[in-house]
Design a binder for this molecule. Structure first.
Ligand code: PLP
Length: 393
């Protein structure tokens, strides 16, 4: 490609140019225009449900903000009381105690850890298996690290699971495998047997299994999403990622953690030491306070989300979409009516009916043909959103 006299932006690197454009980059402007026109916009786009955070988080943050000793750099390992609270909580939750000094690493939201991990685990040209559709950092980190991206299409007939055989047959020097259940965007869930099998096949390939468990606590009807901590050998060649964002509605606080085999925690911490200096210590103190006794909050919050899920499922089913209530996550994953492209459909729905859905293709080519609706609005709004979708068809 010629770079002289073509008018191309010379400040844009080859790396930057290779990043896919977000198909609905224009959404905030369209929304602002619709608001200005006095339209009633229903935004089911981002996975941010807007419900209150735990009172314990706010109280602990308030107190910690006033402590002079907590205003300094956190550095990588952060606040010991957060790592201890995480270790205690995971021991209660999964029956396995992690070493808070060696096996737990606080993150500035799990997204940054999922992305930065690529620099710890991949050399240029190494293979990485990523789900398609899938969460952006599974692509972004390995792409920036110049790895060889092997996409695994998630198919309805396979329960939207990454088939273990795909790990066995993945070409190249496979070093890293990202999986995410409960799954964004398909809302698929995995069994403990599936996790066991994935541990087995990734170990056989000598690859690191990244288990993104961001939705571990967003499950309904008694379903308990499994964890690598429940599998023998799961943490030797595995890292699990957790987040305060979805479990405790703390999306803006930017707090998560990675846990697993000590060597990988140390490698990720080393990479991170060149990018960030850890989450703000008072936010870590708030996280520790939340994890001391989270069950009452989780029960109350899940009841509200389950009511939204039921309202959303009923409303979109009524409007003719093929949906059943998901067992976990904040999402309905629905086929686009009449085979229309997902971006085109979402654009029309926004422009003419002021409803925001996420087009499946925004999360990977294999997401084409689907849209995602998040449980972001109160129960009484889904019927209106679905009626507008019906009107559009
Ligand atoms: N993993 C998945 C699959 C997600 O969908 C999200 C958020 O949308 C996260 C991780 C990250 O959360 P955070 O960076 O807010 O901890």
């Amino acid at each position: 490609m010629s770079s002289s006299g073509t008018g191309r932006d010379r400040a844009e690197t080859r790396r930057l140019r290779g990043l896919p454009a977000y198909p609905l980059a224009g959404i905030p402007e369209v929304k602002a225009r619709l608001h200005a026109e006095g339209r009633d916009v229903i935004d089911l786009g981002a996975g941010d449900c807007g419900l209150p955070v735990p009172d314990e988080a706010v109280a602990a943050l308030r107190e910690a903000c006033a402590r002079p000793d907590l205003q300094r750099y956190a550095f990588q390992r952060g606040l010991p009381e957060l790592r201890e609270a995480i270790s205690d909580w995971m021991a209660r939750r999964y029956g396995r105690r992690l070493d808070p000094d060696r096996e737990i690493l606080p993150l500035v939201g799990s997204k940054e850890g999922l992305g930065h991990l690529a620099f710890a685990a991949l050399d240029r040209g190494d293979s990485v298996l990523i789900p398609d559709p899938g969460y952006a950092p599974y692509f972004g980190g390995p792409y920036m690290a110049e790895a060889r991206l092997e996409r695994c299409p998630l198919r309805p007939e396979e329960g939207f699971l990454v088939p273990p055989d795909r790990v066995r047959t993945c070409p190249g020097d496979l070093r890293l495998v990202y999986v995410n259940y409960p799954n964004n965007p398909t809302a698929a869930v995995a069994t403990l047997d599936y996790v066991r099998e994935m541990v087995r096949v990734t170990t056989d390939r000598g690859a690191l299994l990244v288990y993104d468990n961001a939705y571990a606590e967003i499950a309904f009807d008694g379903f308990r999403p499994p964890s690598l901590l429940e599998v023998d050998g799961g943490l030797e060649n595995g890292l699990e990622f957790h987040s305060f964002s979805k479990s405790f509605n703390m999306t803006g606080w930017r707090l998560g953690w990675a846990c697993g085999g000590g060597a990988w925690i140390e490698r990720l911490a080393r990479v991170k030491s060149f990018f960030d200096t850890g989450p703000y210590l008072p936010i870590q103190a708030a996280g520790a306070a939340v994890l001391r006794d989270p069950e009452p909050f989780l029960d109350r919050n899940l009841a509200r989300l389950a009511a939204r899920r039921d309202a959303a499922t009923a409303a979109f089913a009524q409007a003719g979409f093929e949906v059943s209530p998901p067992q976990a996550t904040l999402y309905l994953w629905m086929a686009v009516p009449a085979g229309e492209g997902s971006v085109e459909y979402c654009r029309r729905l926004l422009e003419s009916e002021a409803v925001v859905l996420l087009p499946g293709s925004a999360l990977g080519e294999a997401g084409e043909g689907y849209v995602r609706a998040a449980f972001t609005v109160p129960v009484d709004r889904y019927a209106e959103a679905a009626e507008r979708a019906l009107r559009l068809a």
